[in-house]
Design a protein around this ligand. Structure first.
Ligand SMILES: Cc1cc2nc3c(=O)[nH]c(=O)nc-3n(C[C@H](O)[C@H](O)[C@H](O)COP(=O)(O)OP(=O)(O)OC[C@H]3O[C@@H](n4cnc5c(N)ncnc54)[C@H](O)[C@@H]3O)c2cc1C
Length: 381
C-alpha cells in the first residue's frame, strides 16, 4: 500500500508516535456492537489526548502542537497501521474544532477545544432536516433571541451520535432573508436539557448511529453563536469543507485497513485483478488527499476540491466492501455471529450510507463540475 515519504520532521514525528503506540496498548473492542465501539473509541481518544497526539494542527494554547494537517494525517496513518479503533469524538475533532479555531471567539476556543480533544464532550452535527438535505439552505428550525439566550424550536434528522452527544453545532434560522441562505445562524447547543428529544433511527447495518432530534423551546446561551447572526451559511459551508477533507481522510484510512485485510485472505489470489484495481484507486485517493492537505499546510483554506476526496473515497469504499463480501461468499452472511467474519457484511451495509452522508455523490459531482472545473450551473446555457 502507498507509503509516502514526507520529509525528515514528519518522518521523525511518525517514529515518535510509533514508539508511543508500542508503549501504550491500543484498546480493542470485544464485539462489533455500537456500545463497544463507543467505549473503545472514548478510551483510545483519552489515551491519545494524554500524549497530545490529537489536534496536532491546533494552536498550542488550546491543547494542540501548532503543526499542520499533514502532521495530523501522518499520525492517523500510524493509527491505522496499529489497527487502532476509531476515536469517538470525530465530529468535534474534524468539524466544529477547526471551525471554532477559524471563526470562533477566544472565549469559545478556551471553553470547548480541550474538551473536544480528550472526548470529555462529544459533539453532533445538526444540519439536515426532513425538508433540508441536499438543499441545506432550506433549514426551517428557528432560533429566537430572548434576553441572554436563543430559544430553539424545530426538528433535525439523521443526526449521528445525538444520543451520546453533549453538544450540537446547529444550523438554524434566526430571520427571514431575501434568499434562503440568508437569515441562517450557527449555534452551539447543549444537548442535555429538557426540551430535546432524541429518537434513534435503525440503519440497514442494524446500528442505531443516527437519530431524529426534536427541539421544543430549547435554550442556547447567546454567546454560543459562532460568527454573527445571519452568518450561519458561511460557517456551515466552512464546516462541510473540513468534513469533506479532514474527516474523509480519516475514513479513507479505515477503508484501506479493510482492503489490507482482503489482501491477506487465502482467496486473494482468485481476486487479484479486482484487488489490484482497489489498491490502485485507494493509492490515488490518498495521494489526492495529501495534495490537498499539503496545500492547506501552505496556507490555502479548504475549498470545493474536498468534494473530489469525498466522492472518490466513498465510492471506492463501497467497491472494497462489496469485494469483501464476494470474496467471503456465503460465509459473509452465515458467519455473522463471528465478529471477525461478521465485520465484512457490516462494512458492506455500512458503506451504503457513505455516498449519502456529508452530501450525496450527485451533489459532489455538481460541486466538482461547477466550482472545481468551472462548468455552467446545471440548467444554465
Ligand atoms: C450515515 C449517515 C449519517 C448522517 N449523519 C448526519 C449528521 O450527523 N448530521 C446531519 O446533519 N446530517 C447527517 N446525514 C444526512 C445527510 O447529510 C443527508 O442524508 C444528505 O445531505 C442528503 O440529504 P437527504 O437525505 O435529504 O436527500 P435528498 O436531498 O432528498 O436527496 C434525494 C436524492 O436526490 C438527489 N438530489 C438532490 N438534489 C439534487 C441535485 N441538485 N442534483 C442531482 N441530484 C440531486 C440526491 O443525490 C439523492 O439521491 C447523514 C446521512 C447518512 C446516510
Amino acid at each position: 500500500m502507498l507509503r509516502l515519504t514526507l520529509g525528515a520532521e514528519l518522518e521523525a514525528l511518525r517514529q515518535e508516535f510509533r514508539s508511543w503506540v508500542a508503549a501504550h496498548p491500543v484498546p480493542r473492542p470485544k464485539s462489533a456492537a455500537l456500545d463497544e465501539f463507543q467505549r473503545c473509541g472514548r478510551e483510545w481518544q483519552r489515551l491519545l489526548a494524554s500524549g497530545r497526539w490529537l489536534g496536532l494542527s491546533w494552536p498550542q494554547a488550546f491543547g494542540g502542537r501548532g503543526l499542520n494537517l499533514v502532521a495530523d494525517a501522518v499520525v492517523q496513518e500510524e493509527m491505522v497501521r496499529a489497527n487502532a479503533p476509531q476515536v469517538l469524538g470525530l465530529f468535534g475533532l474534524t468539524m466544529v474544532g477547526p471551525v471554532l479555531i477559524r471563526h470562533g471567539t477566544d472565549a469559545q476556543r478556551a471553553r470547548f477545544l480541550a474538551k473536544i480533544l480528550d472526548a470529555s464532550e462529544i459533539w453532533c452535527q445538526g444540519f439536515s432536516e426532513p425538508g433540508a438535505g441536499s438543499d441545506l439552505a432550506n433549514v426551517a428550525t428557528r432560533a429566537e433571541r430572548v434576553g441572554n439566550s436563543y430559544r430553539i424550536n424545530g426538528q433535525k434528522v439523521w443526526t449521528s451520535f445525538a444520543h451520546i452527544a453533549d453538544w450540537c453545532f446547529l444550523l438554524c434560522r434566526t430571520s427571514q432573508g431575501k434568499a434562503k441562505h440568508e437569515g441562517l445562524s450557527y449555534l452551539l447547543v447543549p444537548m442535555k436539557q429538557a426540551g430535546i428529544q432524541v429518537r434513534p433511527l435503525k440503519q440497514i447495518s442494524g446500528d442505531e448511529e443516527f437519530n431524529e432530534v426534536f427541539f421544543d423551546n430549547v435554550e442556547a446561551p447567546a454567546d454560543c453563536i459562532v460568527g454573527q447572526e445571519g452568518e450561519g451559511w458561511k460557517i456551515a459551508i466552512s464546516t462541510l469543507m473540513f468534513e469533506r477533507v479532514v474527516l474523509t481522510f480519516a475514513r479513507q484510512l479505515q477503508s484501506e485497513s479493510l482492503l489490507r485485510r482482503l489482501l491477506e485472505l487465502p482467496q486473494a489470489e482468485q481476486f487479484r485483478d479486482e484487488l489490484a484495481s482497489c489498491v490502485a484507486t485507494a493509492t490515488a485517493v490518498r495521494a489526492l488527499a495529501y495534495t490537498h492537505l499539503i496545500s492547506y499546510a501552505n496556507g490555502k483554506q479548504p475549498g470545493p476540491e474536498g468534494s473530489l476526496d469525498k466522492l472518490f473515497w466513498s465510492e471506492s469504499f463501497q467497491e472494497i466492501a462489496d469485494l469483501g463480501v464476494r470474496m467471503l461468499g456465503s460465509r459473509a452472511v452465515l458467519g455473522e455471529e463471528d465478529p471477525e467474519v461478521g465485520m465484512y457484511l457490516h462494512q458492506y451495509l455500512y458503506s451504503r450510507g457513505r455516498t449519502i452522508a456529508a452530501g450525496t455523490s450527485e451533489i459532489q459531482r455538481n460541486i466538482i463540475a461547477e466550482r472545481v472545473v468551472g462548468l455552467p450551473r446545471s440548467g444554465e446555457r
